[in-house]
Structure formats: structure tokens, C-alpha cells
Design a protein around this ligand. Structure first.
Ligand code: HEM
Length: 470
């Protein structure tokens, strides 16, 4: 049975009205609903990307080819000749620092989410399938997927937990966590043996820090990592049906857990960020609605560990590949904070993001009609020779490393940037000071995600520890 409704579908431009039929909620939640949602978004997108591959579009090839994704930088250099935009798989795309910054900061552009990218006929199918009950990090009401006036309303509620002062206060505890993790690793693995640095260190440090900040039990950290890994593909376009179904399942598990946890906090609030947020819920709509609360809590939790793991893994990998830079850090440890920014510039954990023109506009002389998407390749902008001298060199002493766009720019600039920098510095420094001769052991394995770039597995050989008491 279907019922008719009229809705200003969120994916529409102002004034655009779609007349749609919707399935009853029980069907929307069923495999049929999932299949319809997949077909109307990722399925269509996948077919469009494949068509572009056949037409010879190199960016479309990159999106579907894990081998090219392992080293996308030569591709970005080929695109650099196209200014201000090259043609991406399904939208204009830029690898230029000035253009990316201009788009990300412009009031003429807003954020975008997957349902906006689908062609008009597919929106009807999407409306029929009904909204997912478990919106992901780039679905409204996540703060990553909304513009003003909602965006500053959500962001304001959590900003105070991430100020430089609050982050500085967390440094000591983060150092302790790093020490505990290194101790655990040494207890279980002898010098000369192989261990996966991602599983035993890079993933555990950020999830422990953010769990403690949010007041979620650290005993859940392995479970969060498993759900988070399963849901991380929600940032990507053109997922296979299986990957999409798995992503929806993992998002559902995260939502269910968070909903229950917030209910517990309402009964017994603690002295943590989420307990503070719970007090903001207002059924009248004046504060956060239940859905806004869950989305905000989940975004902060997942953003807190899904990205920083890549910073630590990518950082370790770059330091393995550049022993002379490692030696420089031994001689000049004050360079560690800058080294972290250089890792973020050189091998950023978030590869690209996108914006949608809200009005007819123009960027560097190119007209962009309202509704068009623009992809900003943060990893490409970070190697723009107009900003960074010798951009393909990894240089921990680079004077302007901080000018990277790894944390984006404009109103959605990463809320956790200070925290991520501090965690990256503490984690990498503690690791290499404890194990000065740490070496890779065997081939690393990359995560299957395309927007998030990092390692799923980074085997290393432990060397005798310098001092467990450090
Ligand atoms: C190295 C680690 C990290 C990187 C590379 C990173 C990168 C980013 C990027 C690129 C964006 C903006 C996306 C866009 O403009 O479309 C973003 C937003 C965000 N990040 Fe991070 N992030 C990191 C760590 C963290 C941490 C530790 C947290 C905190 C818990 C966090 C919380 C957020 C939040 C809440 C947003 C949304 C901000 C908004 O929409 O206003 N991130 N991050």
C-alpha cells in the first residue's frame, strides 16, 4: 500500500517541489526500501561513473580503481593544467588551492548530500523509498550536511569542547593513553616480532580519547571501531549494493546504541559533552530534536576516530619512507607539531569534499549555474606549487605546511582540527621515541574507503623499546 504526499524534498533547490508517493514506514525500513534507496543514489551514480569510465574520463577511473587510488597524485598533477576546473566523474573538480578555498568559503555555495546528486526522476524513487531512519554523517541533520541557519545552531553546541584551551588540557591524558597502548603492545609482542600498528595503536588512541571526552564507555571502543569502519563508506559515491547494505546496517547499529546511551544519560547525566547536549533537547523544537541530537553526537564520535587513525597511520608510513626526516625529528623534536601538518598536507586523511552552487555564480571567470556541484580535491590543493615550494617533497620543516586544506576551509572547517593535531603529535612522537628503529614489516593494506584515505593494516616490526617509563 502506498500513500501520496507532497513534499519540498530536501534535495531540491528553493522553489522546486516534487510530488511523490511514499511507501509505509515498515516497507521503507525493509530490504525493498534499502534496495530502492541504493538504486536511486549509489546504483545510479555507479552506472554514471561507469559510463564516464567508458567515455575516457580519468577521474571516473580513479573512483573505481583501488590501484589508482593508492597513488592518486600523478592524476592530480595531470588535472592541474585545467584551471579553474577540470571535468570530474560527474561534476567540475578543482585541484587548485585558491579555487578550492574560494569555493569552500563562498556564500554562493552550500553543502551537499547524496540525494542531491541524483537526477530528477530518481528523486521520485528516493521519495518512494522514504528517508533512511539512520542518516549518516553526510545526510541531514548532520552538521556536515546542512547550511545556515541550522549549521551554526548545531556547531555552537559542541564548539566549546574543542577550543585550544580544552584540547591543551587533554594533552596529558592523551600522552598517558599513548603510553598505555605502547606498554600493552610490548607486553604482547616481543622485539623483532610483527604487529599491526593500526589495530594496536593508530585506531585505539583516537577512539579512546573521543570516548572519554564524550562520556561513552571505553569498553565499547572495539565495537565502535567495527561499526565505524562499516559505516565509513557512507562518505563515498557509487557503492555496490552489498557495501551500501552493510553501511546501512552499521549506521543502524550506531544509531540504536547512541539513542539508548542518550536515554541513559538523561536519567543519569555525567560531566561530559553528551550529557551537556542531552539538556539541549526540546520536543517543542526550540533546542535540538532527538534526531538532531543523535546525528550531532554520532558525527562527533565518528569524526573523532575515523580520520585521526589515518593521520597516525599515514604519518608513520611517510616517516618510514623518509628516514632522513625521521632523523631530523630526533635532532629537532620541536619540529613535531610542524611534521604533523606536513603529514596532513602531503597525505591527507580526507581526500576530497564537495559543494553545491546555491545561486547562479562565477568562480575565476567560469559561470556555475545554481544546483551544480563542485568537487574540491583537498589532497590536490595541498600540492599546489603556487602555494607550496617543491610540493611533492615531504619536508617536516616546511615553513608553510599549515596552509594545507586537509581540514577544509570556511564554515565547515574541521571542528576537531586542534584535537587531531594534538593527537597526531602525541601519538607519532611517543611511538618513534619509544621505538626509534621501528620498521615496516610486509605490505600494508589500504582502507576500502575513497574519501577517507588511510591504512586498514600497517604491519611493523617492534624494536627494543627505549624506555617504557617515558
Ligand atoms: C586528522 C584528522 C581529521 C581530519 C583530516 C578532518 C577533516 C575534516 C574535514 C575535511 C572536514 C570538513 C569537510 C567539508 O568541508 O565538507 C571536517 C569537519 C568536521 N570534523 Fe574533522 N577531521 C579530523 C579530525 C576530527 C576530530 C578529531 C574531530 C572531533 C571530534 C572532528 C570533527 C569534525 C566535525 C564535527 C566536522 C563538521 C564541521 C562542520 O560541518 O561545521 N574531526 N573534518
Amino acid at each position: 500500500m502506498v500513500s501520496a504526499w507532497y513534499e519540498n524534498v530536501p534535495s531540491c533547490l528553493p522553489g522546486e517541489v516534487v510530488v511523490a508517493l511514499s511507501l509505509p514506514p515498515s516497507v521503507a525500513r525493509s530490504p525493498l526500501g534499502t534496495t530502492l534507496r541504493w538504486s536511486a543514489t549509489h546504483g545510479l551514480m555507479r552506472a554514471a561513473i561507469r559510463r564516464q569510465v567508458r567515455a575516457g574520463n580519468p577521474d571516473a577511473r580513479l573512483l573505481l580503481d583501488p590501484v589508482l587510488q593508492a597513488d592518486p597524485f600523478p592524476h592530480y598533477e595531470r588535472l592541474r593544467g585545467r584551471h579553474p576546473f577540470a571535468m570530474g566523474a560527474f561534476a567540475r573538480l578543482t585541484v587548485h588551492h585558491d579555487i578550492a578555498t574560494a569555493v569552500l568559503r563562498s556564500d554562493d555555495f552550500g553543502v551537499t548530500h547524496p540525494t542531491q546528486v541524483v537526477p530528477a526522476p530518481a528523486r521520485a524513487a528516493l521519495a518512494l523509498a522514504g528517508p533512511t531512519r539512520h542518516p549518516g554523517p553526510i545526510d541531514p541533520p548532520s552538521m556536515l550536511a546542512v547550511d545556515a541557519p541550522d549549521h551554526p545552531r548545531y556547531r555552537k553546541l559542541v564548539t566549546r569542547a574543542f577550543t585550544a584551551r580544552r584540547v591543551a588540557a587533554l594533552r596529558e591524558r592523551t600522552t598517558e593513553i599513548a603510553r598505555e597502548l605502547l606498554d600493552d603492545m610490548e607486553r604482547d609482542v616481543r622485539a623483532g616480532e610483527t604487529v599491526d600498528l593500526v589495530a594496536r595503536y593508530a585506531s585505539l588512541l583516537p577512539v579512546t580519547v573521543i570516548s572519554e571526552m564524550l562520556g561513552v564507555p571505553t569498553s565499547m571502543r572495539e565495537q565502535f571501531l567495527a561499526w565505524g569502519d562499516g559505516a565509513a563508506t557512507s562518505l563515498d559515491m557509487g557503492l555496490t549494493r552489498q557495501a551500501h547494505a552493510s553501511m546501512e546496517r552499521n549506521l543502524a547499529a550506531l544509531h540504536d546504541w547512541m539513542r539508548d546511551h542518550l536515554r541513559r544519560l538523561r536519567r543519569e547525566p555525567g560531566d561530559d559533552l553528551l550529557s551537556g547536549l542531552v539538556g539541549e533537547v526540546d520536543e517543542e523544537g526550540a533546542g535540538l530534536t532527538e534526531q538532531e541530537l543523535v546525528s550531532t553526537a554520532l558525527l562527533v564520535l565518528a569524526a573523532g576516530f575515523e580520520t585521526t587513525v589515518n593521520l597516525i597511520g599515514n604519518g608513520a608510513s611517510q616517516l618510514f619512507a623518509h628516514p632522513e626526516q625521521r632523523e631530523r625529528l630526533v635532532a629537532e623534536p620541536d619540529l613535531w607539531p610542524n611534521a604533523v601538518d606536513e603529514v596532513l598536507r602531503f597525505d591527507p586523511p580526507v581526500e576530497r569534499t564537495a559543494r553545491r552552487a546555491k545561486v547562479d555564480t562565477e568562480v575565476a571567470g567560469e559561470a556555475i549555474p545554481a544546483g551544480d556541484l563542485v568537487v574540491t580535491v583537498l589532497a590536490g590543493a595541498n600540492r599546489d606549487p603556487q602555494v607550496f615550494a617543491d610540493p611533492a617533497a615531504f619536508d617536516v620543516a616546511r615553513v608553510n605546511a599549515k596552509e594545507h586544506l586537509a581540514f577544509s576551509s570556511g564554515p565547515h572547517f574541521c571542528l576537531g582540527a586542534q584535537l587531531a593535531r594534538m593527537e597526531g603529535e602525541v601519538a607519532l612522537r611517543a611511538l618513534f621515541e619509544r621505538h626509534p628503529h621501528l620498521a615496516p614489516a610486509g605490505a600494508p593494506r589500504r582502507r576500502p574507503t575513497r574519501i577517507l584515505r588511510g591504512y586498514a593494516e600497517l604491519p611493523v616490526r617492534l624494536t627494543p623499546a627505549v624506555s617504557a617509563a617515558r
